[in-house]
Design a binder for this molecule. Structure first.
Ligand code: NAD
Length: 361
């Protein structure tokens, strides 16, 4: 059966990096009998320019009719003066909400060839391979009531609500346990159960679900302050970390910086019926159109798509192995290179991954 992908290149370097990911998919199609078809749509600033909205109806219809979405990046100085709902970033929030993408997966893998890019000592980061699974559509970012109110004594009070329901906790915990089954089989759930009732309840629900359905996976719990510390002290202890929206926002950025190279990091946002894959970096307007961007985060996002939505672990492994092979061979785009004179272009890097894939057949 044909896999139908919605391709949303977006702005800035988006079209360049997505073009390289499509080349990789085309090798899978030609040489590995992977039956895939693409339909292109607009998002972000490009969508505003073409259709007057950063997430227009044409894109909404397209993504609802596909098996998965591959997105480049959105944003750029051109659209900064627009009012907030018209800005490119509003398109990103709109598509996530529209597709109900409640689980955000951010893997952080230290590639041994790039260990010098990290600010941490090699012995601390060698072998790090962590997946942060962050709850994306609930918690304190969405809880009601919220706001800023006047108090009788003339002061003001700012407030937000941290809440999680049983089903919201269960569905994200399920995703984490299932991800762990495809990895090293360990989940660490991060909370602040000693202080916050909502996350005390989080711990209870995760523990009960584990006992009922996922006893084959090992489960531990950690307070968020300790987790922040352990990520720097001994990151190798973690396999899958599952946590709330707020804690995940902070810890996933902390974890990604263990590698020191933003151009290498993929992500997935997954809901009950839809999934979207994108690099974690932005549209890099400073290098857009120069064929200098690193396409590997986008290519590795394709590997995540193959693994988590399309059930093609075999092809995901091949794509990841091809990336490793290219790095082993010493190829570096400018963001990874100490010597800019030897840095390769975005398209050369994409082509090298394709070549490695073909050779690995
Ligand atoms: P950015 O991630 O675009 O760039 C930060 C720095 O990293 C820049 O120097 C850039 O050149 C470099 N960089 C990023 N990706 C790279 C790659 N693949 N290869 C080589 N170098 C790379 O972040 P920013 O500059 O803060 O934001 C630029 C625009 O992107 C803004 O409009 C912002 O709102 C938007 N943004 C979008 C997303 C998204 O689409 N998911 C995420 C973050 C930022």
């Amino acid at each position: 059966m044909t896999v139908n992908l919605a391709i949303l290149p977006g702005d800035g370097i988006g079209p360049e990096i997505v073009a390289e990911a499509i080349k990789v998919l085309n090798v899978l199609k030609a040489d590995f009998a992977f039956d895939v078809a693409y339909r292109y749509g607009v998002i972000g600033g490009a969508a505003y320019d073409a259709e007057g909205s950063p997430y227009p109806d044409s894109t909404r219809a397209l993504v609802h009719d596909c098996d998965a979405v591959l997105l480049g990046a959105v944003g750029g100085p051109k659209w900064e003066p627009l009012d907030k709902p018209s800005r490119p970033e509003a398109g990103l929030l709109a598509i996530r909400a529209d597709l109900g993408l409640f689980a955000n997966y951010r893997p952080t893998k230290v590639h041994p060839q790039l260990r010098d890019a990290s600010t941490l000592k090699p012995e601390v980061i060698d072998g790090v391979d962590i997946m942060v699974v962050r709850e994306l559509v609930s918690g304190i970012y969405f809880g009601q009531p919220r706001g800023v109110e006047e108090l009788p004594d003339g002061q003001k009070r700012g407030f937000n609500t941290l809440e999680y329901t049983t089903s919201e906790i269960e569905r994200i915990a399920r995703k984490a346990f299932e991800a762990a089954r495809l990895r090293r089989g360990q989940v660490c759930s991060i909370d602040k159960a000693n202080v916050l009732e909502s996350t005390e309840y989080w711990r209870t629900v995760v523990t009960e679900l584990h006992a009922k359905e996922y006893a084959d996976v090992s489960l531990s719990h950690m307070y968020v302050d300790n987790a922040a510390m352990q990520l720097i002290r001994n990151p190798k202890q973690f396999d899958v970390m599952v946590t709330t929206n707020l804690f995940g926002d902070i810890l996933s950025d902390e974890a990604s910086m263990l590698t020191g190279s933003i151009g290498m990091l993929p992500s997935a946002s997954i809901g009950e019926n839809f999934a979207m894959y994108e690099p974690i970096h932005g549209s890099a307007p400073d290098i857009a159109g120069e064929n200098k961007a690193n396409p590997l985060a986008t290519i590795l996002s394709v590997a995540m798509m193959l693994r988590y939505t399309l059930n093609r672990e075999d092809l995901a492994n091949r794509v990841e192995a091809a990336v490793e092979q290219v790095l082993d061979g010493g190829l570096r785009t400018a963001d990874l290179s100490a010597d800019l004179a030897t840095a390769v272009s975005c398209s050369d890097m994409g082509e090298a991954v394709c070549q490695a894939l073909r050779e690995g057949k």
